[in-house]
Write a protein that binds this ligand. Structure first.
Ligand SMILES: O=C(O)c1ccccc1N[C@@H]1O[C@H](COP(=O)(O)O)[C@@H](O)[C@H]1O
Length: 206
């Protein structure tokens, strides 16, 4: 099995971004969703990215953003990958001509294979927990046994992951990558560097 990649999401401070990179994270994520306690402005994200060494993937997370808002952010911030975490249709995700991943919020009865197939242009599909009324970043895990084998896209597993459960999650789901936000925080939007290190260590031990 090839190495499982990791993304630390909800970065709001330069020191947290550098701690994630130092620990070995492959990607860091910026939440451009005003209702999130981890929301960043484009100025914040730009300053953090400027402080990064090379070869770290920068991901911008959006939830049903307007074209105007998204366009302004893409003009201002050098993002490598877009993460659509709302109800965006495939045409909208594709329309920016940037690599993107699409988040699906999983609940019992969902046809995950069909949902993956609905986004053929996505670089990967992120599976997160479904929590009514909240688009993501809930800290809730979902039932990993709902994920079928042989999906058409690389799977990024998210939702309630933390240093204690990520190894089991990887063993059971065998995802391409894992994504964490709340599970490595000291408080909302502020990362705990020891938790980031423990998380990446657990990912790498798999
Ligand atoms: O982090 C947020 O605040 C957020 C807000 C809206 C949509 C998604 C959000 N985060 C993403 O949610 C998943 C799971 O997060 P957690 O580890 O359970 O806290 C992850 O992909 C985050 O990128």
């Amino acid at each position: 099995m090839s190495a499982v990649r990791s993304k630390i999401c909800g970065i709001t401070r330069i020191e947290d971004a550098l701690a994630a990179v130092e620990a070995g994270a492959d990607a860091i994520g910026f939440v451009f969703y005003a209702k999130s306690p981890r929301a960043v402005t484009f100025q914040q994200a730009r300053a953090i990215i400027k402080a990064l060494p090379p070869f770290v993937t920068t991901v911008g997370l959006f939830v049903n953003a307007s074209r105007c808002e998204l366009g302004e952010i893409l003009d201002a911030v050098p993002l490598d990958l877009l993460q659509f975490h709302g109800d965006e249709a495939v045409a909208e995700c594709e329309s920016w001509n940037r690599p993107y991943i699409k988040a699906l919020r999983v609940k019992a009865g969902d046809d995950i294979a069909a949902a993956c197939d609905a986004f053929p242009s996505a670089s990967g599909i992120l599976l997160d927990a479904y929590v009514e009324g909240v688009p993501g970043g809930t800290g809730e895990a979902f039932d990993w046994s709902l994920i079928p084998q042989g999906l058409s896209k690389p799977i990024i597993l998210a939702g309630g992951l933390n240093p204690e459960n990520v190894a089991e999650a990887i063993a059971r789901v065998r995802p391409y990558a894992v994504d964490v936000s709340g599970g490595v925080e000291a408080s909302k939007g502020i990362k705990d560097h020891a938790k980031i290190q423990a998380f990446i260590k657990a990912v790498r031990l798999r």
